[in-house]
Design a protein around this ligand. Structure first.
Ligand SMILES: Cc1cc2nc3c(=O)[nH]c(=O)nc-3n(C[C@H](O)[C@H](O)[C@H](O)COP(=O)(O)OP(=O)(O)OC[C@H]3O[C@@H](n4cnc5c(N)ncnc54)[C@H](O)[C@@H]3O)c2cc1C
Length: 506
């Protein structure tokens, strides 16, 4: 039976044999562990949304002929990509955290076109295998974890140059049944909450890196896997009594280090093996999809702007001009992120496999904005909140027979405002700007899908300075310095596609 609801999804995670370390101990039950459960609840929302808002969170699959969860659908049009963005924002609004499914969605989409083009060149059959895999997970309605980032060791060296070959995941053996891989994947979002892990190379590879050029899928509870759960700021608050101090008691994100010790991948789940020259295509297409997937953070931004507005009300200053202006600034920054992401999706084009991909330049701009604006939005939220956001006593003090009434008296805000409500909003702001969900809202915004410099490199590659210099020289009437410019001043594919330059204004 396919998984349908959030509750069925939660139940599907029970009874698996996962080797997970958390706080120096093996975790016996992930599903009901107080630190892990909020992250499972966040993924469960992706199932419930598909039930309650099917137009947004499902799409008809050409593989099964039936509606499937949009996180498992291959984009067939610009509209599909736009709907991904709308769904991501909606889920950010509902959970206030990372709901962990975008990496898998973007991995399947980038693999669709990359496997097609590998087959075209090498006569392999990766694309057919991938379609079989996608059909199977669509039918079962399962969660895919996209594992790209290797630990990487010395950042100035490639995989085959590292002192320890395992610092990048690689093939260690092949036999008639499949391949065996060892190594690790770092910072893996939602990996324990996934049914399948798809491993992919993390960077451009050379001929010496053939053994590292491997893409394949295996169940999240495959033999040979060890997970070490990542700590998050203030995570043990989820183990305390009460639900105020956690800030967002129901939802959280999840990252873990996955260690692979000779993990087996059968041939039918191997989607690249040795075609090192396609690693850069895969990484670039994945990051193109994924960098505009970061519009999810605008859903979190909506929550934080709402929290800042609410605390201003509670403090009695909702009409102050600088408060209103700060809320306007927060909204402007948030919508700027969304604008670039959704524009990138609107400017999509088709690839040889039939999959659609969003515009790369605008995806880079979206993600680059995400590396900055949530920090500024968070700063403004803390400004509006006041110092209590970091000096607020605990819920236990609030419930104490002697201290509690004192807190109710001295932490009062505007007349008629319940002090507990004021505390709850302050804790939510703390949670998103320096607690558990600051992982998803701030630092993931910085590094997820690549650190800021990765976007600047892509922007530089596509910025067409020569072409722009010519525009200026033409208008200024500059003559006689032809050939001074390198590179050539022809408009790039980006300009042609987005602005219609040189192709009649498409
Ligand atoms: C919360 C979170 C969730 C994530 N989820 C996932 C996930 O689900 N799946 C996944 O695959 N990955 C995931 N990532 C990983 C993410 O893609 C990486 O963090 C990112 O690519 C940066 O890699 P790094 O963390 O190793 O940092 P580093 O690569 O060490 O970067 C640190 C700094 O060094 C610079 N630097 C790095 N290499 C060089 C170089 N060769 N030359 C010059 N400067 C360099 C960078 O620009 C940066 O400023 C996640 C990350 C975070 C923080």
């Amino acid at each position: 039976m396919p998984i349908r609801t959030g509750q069925e999804y939660i139940d599907s995670l029970r009874g698996r044999k996962l080797k997970v370390y958390l706080f120096g101990e093996l975790v016996r039950d992930c599903v009901d562990h107080p630190i892990i459960r909020p992250s499972i609840n966040a993924v469960a929302e992706t199932y419930d949304l598909a039930e309650s808002e099917a137009g947004l969170a499902t799409a008809r699959s050409p593989l099964t002929g039936a509606p499937v969860n949009r996180f498992l659908h291959i984009a067939e049009s610009a509209q599909d990509l736009v709907l991904q963005n709308k769904m991501q924002r909606r889920l950010g609004q509902k959970t206030g955290t990372c709901f962990q499914r975008c990496v898998g969605m973007d991995a399947l989409n980038s693999l669709h076109s990359t496997t097609f083009e590998i087959d075209e060149k090498h006569g392999t059959n990766y694309h057919g295998r991938l379609l079989d895999f996608i059909r199977a997970v669509q039918e079962e309605n399962q969660v895919i974890g996209g594992a790209m980032t290797d630990p990487k060791g010395d950042r100035s060296k490639g995989p085959s140059e590292q002192a320890d070959p395992d610092l990048f995941t690689h093939v260690v053996e092949r036999d008639e049944k499949g391949v065996y891989v060892s190594g690790a994947k770092a910072h893996q979002t939602g990996c324990l909450n996934s049914h399948w892990i798809v491993i992919m190379p993390t960077m451009r590879l050379t001929e010496n890196d053939r053994d590292w050029a491997v893409v394949g899928a295996f169940p999240a509870d495959a033999e040979g896997l060890t997970y070490v759960y990542g700590r998050q700021s203030c995570d043990t608050r989820s183990m305390e009594e009460g639900d105020i101090d956690a800030g967002n008691a129901k939802y959280g994100g999840q990252e873990a280090l996955i260690i692979l010790d000779r993990v087996f991948i059968p041939w039918e789940r191997v989607f690249m093996l040795g075609e090192y020259e396609f690693a850069s295509m895969l990484v670039e297409r994945f990051t193109c999809y994924h960098r505009r997937s970061y519009v999810c953070k605008t859903g979190l931004g909506d929550v934080l702007i709402g929290a800042a507005g609410a605390i201003a009300d509670y403090n009695g200053v909702p009409g102050a001009s600088h408060i209103r202006d700060k809320l306007v600034e927060m909204t402007h920054l948030n919508e700027t992120i969304y604008a670039a992401g959704v524009a990138s999706s609107h400017q999509a084009h088709g690839l040889k496999s039939g999959a659609f991909i969003n515009d790369d330049m605008l995806a880079q701009v979206c993600k680059h904005n995400v590396t900055r604006f949530p920090y500024e939005i968070g700063r403004l939220a803390q400004d509006i909140a006041g110092g209590l956001v970091v000096t607020l006593p605990s819920e236990r003090d609030f419930r104490h027979p002697e201290a509690g009434p004192l807190l109710r008296k001295y932490l009062a805000g505007r007349k008629g405002v319940d002090v507990e409500n004021r505390m709850r909003i302050l804790r939510l702001i703390e949670n998103m700007t320096m607690g558990r969900n600051a992982v998803g809202y701030l630092t993931e915004s910085m590094h997820g899908a690549g650190s800021p410099q990765a976007q600047r490199i892509q922007i530089q590659r596509q910025m067409q300075l020569g072409y722009k210099k010519n525009l200026a020289k033409n208008l200024a009437g500059v003559r006689g310095d032809e050939g001074q410019d390198s590179p050539p001043a022809e408009p790039s594919e980006y300009f042609k596609r987005v602005f219609g330059v040189g192709d009649g204004g498409r």
